[in-house]
Design a protein around this ligand. Structure first.
Ligand SMILES: Nc1ncnc2c1ncn2[C@@H]1O[C@H](COP(=O)(O)OP(=O)(O)O)[C@@H](O)[C@H]1O
Ligand SMILES: [Mg+2]
Ligand SMILES: [Zn+2]
Length: 282
């Protein structure tokens, strides 16, 4: 036994002696592209990544992961039913004014504490006169959370109703169910401009909005709602023909009412434009 072991040992030594263990170096970064490993007591040279190749590989993986991330975000944005124009509403693009700072802070805090808001089913009802940035803020929240892969539906009640009516022609009731399911599945529903939908069509629109709100509340899933109506007007708008304010009651159950006050950014812009024009022609 000992004799056999000696022979093997000798062979290993002979083999090793004949091997050039000098490893090749990358001409670009100067680190080895080979290294020596010992297998069954025999040293061998194997290929390895030099520093520049390892870095390039790492970068390729990171690029691929980033592209995958962007693809996912794009998909979420498409699924969010968000109009193209609202994609530019971000906290980064926020035009800061003294008046709107509190709104900015509330929005950012809500996003930063999203997990808690979700767990505790905390939403907001942003109401106030037009042009004060309620829609802008709600889409900032949508874009922030979508960038964190949170499935958000962010759209107006008019858009939901139009989408459902579009579906009627083609798929009948299924279109409505599919849209309502999609809305229910989202972690956050941002319902912009509630109360702006027309109140015709034999109360059908109220019914649709009611079933959306109802589904969200029963699933204990948060909503951010914006409206240009005041709380009383919204209540009247959402009161059924039987005189019961079901949808309204459900909203205040789940969404913290916040009045957004301030000067209309639209009116301010128009005034700035007018001033600019006057200067132009004076
Ligand atoms: N924080 C903001 N930064 C930049 N533009 C804003 C901001 N808030 C509102 N705007 C712009 O002002 C206008 C009115 O805002 P909007 O969110 O539509 O008001 P509301 O929903 O309260 O009627 C829009 O053109 C919007 O893009
Ligand atoms: Mg609005
Ligand atoms: Zn190299």
């Amino acid at each position: 036994m000992e004799e056999i072991a000696n022979i093997i040992q000798q062979k290993v030594m002979i083999h090793t002696a004949g091997l050039d263990l000098q490893c090749k170096i990358c001409s670009n970064c100067g680190t080895p592209i080979e290294h020596v490993i010992t297998f069954n007591g025999v040293p061998r040279k194997v290929a390895t990544n030099c520093k520049c190749r390892a870095e390039a590989y790492k970068k390729k993986l990171a690029d691929e992961a980033n592209q995958e991330r962007l693809r996912k975000i794009e998909k979420l944005k498409v699924c969010s039913l968000m109009d193209e124009g609202f994609r530019k509403c971000t906290f980064e693009n926020w035009e800061h004014t003294k008046e709107s700072e509190w709104l900015y802070n509330i929005g950012l805090k809500y996003c930063e504490n999203w997990k808690q808001a979700k767990e505790k089913n905390q939403g907001m009802l942003l109401h106030g006169v037009p042009g004060t940035g309620k829609s802008y803020l709600s889409f900032c929240i949508a874009n922030y959370l979508i960038d964190q892969f949170v499935p958000v539906i962010a759209t107006s009640s008019i858009n939901i109703i139009n989408k459902i009516y579009e579906g009627y022609g083609r798929n009948g009731e299924l279109g409505e169910l599919e849209i309502i399911n999609l809305i229910q599945e989202a972690s956050l529903l941002i319902l912009d401009d509630l109360g702006a939908e027309h109140s015709g069509r034999s109360g059908k629109e109220k019914q649709i909005i009611y079933s959306i709100l109802d589904a969200r509340i029963r699933a204990k899933k948060p909503m951010i709602i914006t409206t240009n109506l005041n709380v009383q007007q919204l209540k009247e708008k959402l009161t059924g023909s039987d005189g019961v304010a079901r949808s309204f009651d459900r909203i205040v159950e789940a969404c913290q009412p916040l009045e957004v006050i301030g000067t209309s950014r639209r009116i301010k812009k128009a005034a700035d434009n007018q001033r600019c024009f006057k200067q132009l022609i004076s």
